[in-house]
Design a protein around this ligand. Sequence first.
Ligand code: NAD
Ligand code: IPM
Ligand code: MN
Length: 357
Amino acid sequence: MRAEIVVLPGDGIGPEVTAAAVSVLESVGRRYGHTFAFTHRLIGGAAIDAEGAPLSDATLDACRKADAILLGAVGGPKWSDGKIRPEQGLLKLRKALGLYANLRPVKTHPVALTASPIKSHLLTGVDMIVVRELTGGVYFGEKTRTDTTASDLCEYSVAEIERVVRRACQLARGRRKYVVSVDKANVLETSRLWRQVASRVAAEEFPDVRLEHQLVDSMAMHLIARPREYDVIVTENMFGDILTDEASMLAGSMGLLPSASLGEGTSGLYEPIHGSAPDIAGRGIANPCGTILSAAMLLRHSLGLEQEARCVEKAVAQAIDDGCLTADLAPQGAALDTLAMAKAVLQRLETECEAVV
Ligand code: NAD
Ligand code: IPM
Ligand code: MN
């Protein structure tokens, strides 16, 4: 097949990790006879510097026309005091393309267990997916600011809740048929609506799926106390943002977690859950696995290439199991840099592809 992929490297470690993921996609293309045409464009701080805005109309247009978008990360101290922030570019992209469902899978790899600050006996077999609502809530409500007060409005409509809960329940059907919906219904009106709508959608449309509700504060605790029990978690925008950074510690590093942002009939956006990591940017030591695994999700969700997606996921898992680890996961002195980690994955693509059924 032929696919147009827009690459938005962004800021900080963004260009380092996207380069690794593009090399993996190129290798997949060669191996399976696909042509992936990559167009690189600016987003975030890099776009503010070069184009005066964090997401230009031309870039947004290119994203709309593409089959899929691969993004690194945006933001950094250089732009954090400015009036225009790099993050606005990413939020605009998500909203403009209607990418309301952000899928964030969390899995543990045996070798990485030692890298997690959580006791390893709790971690074996962890395999969950967080469905984070991505285009609503406090991120997109009206914002006000005077000299003495500030406010961010949190708003959700029934339709916004229905569609993301439906996605979560559909996903659950292919898994353990178990969904936990996370809210703060003891305090927030939006959460009370969320809970009511989630219950109705599950009962009416997914009687085969078990739905439970959990308050977000205790969920933050349960997530690390008994992570194996969870399968699909669905939640609103900001709770999902926070809980998935927490969940990355189950896998051992922020650098491991991928994501897919999906809408209806628009290009999907694929990015690691981590940020631009200003503390390690420019040193070539970032973990590219979250972005490589995001590329696997791109193959699956936007291009329908399930076998190729599994091949990439197997290659990453095998490289990690073989002890190929970047500094965020490796014991001191034994770390691979970003390029060497990408190479380790590329080598395993050669051996793992045939094994995929
Ligand atoms: P961060 O995710 O950038 O970094 C948090 C910590 O995790 C740092 O210590 C970093 O070194 C480490 N880390 C992150 N990714 C890593 C990787 N691939 N390999 C190894 N270590 C990794 O979060 P932050 O420091 O709070 O935010 C920095 C900037 O990134 C901010 O401007 C923020 O807005 C932005 N951000 C962007 C995105 C995105 O583009 N999707 C996501 C999160 C944060
Ligand atoms: C993420 C990031 C973004 C978010 C920021 C950079 C706007 O933290 O993708 O998780 O909060 O959604
Ligand atoms: Mn985040």
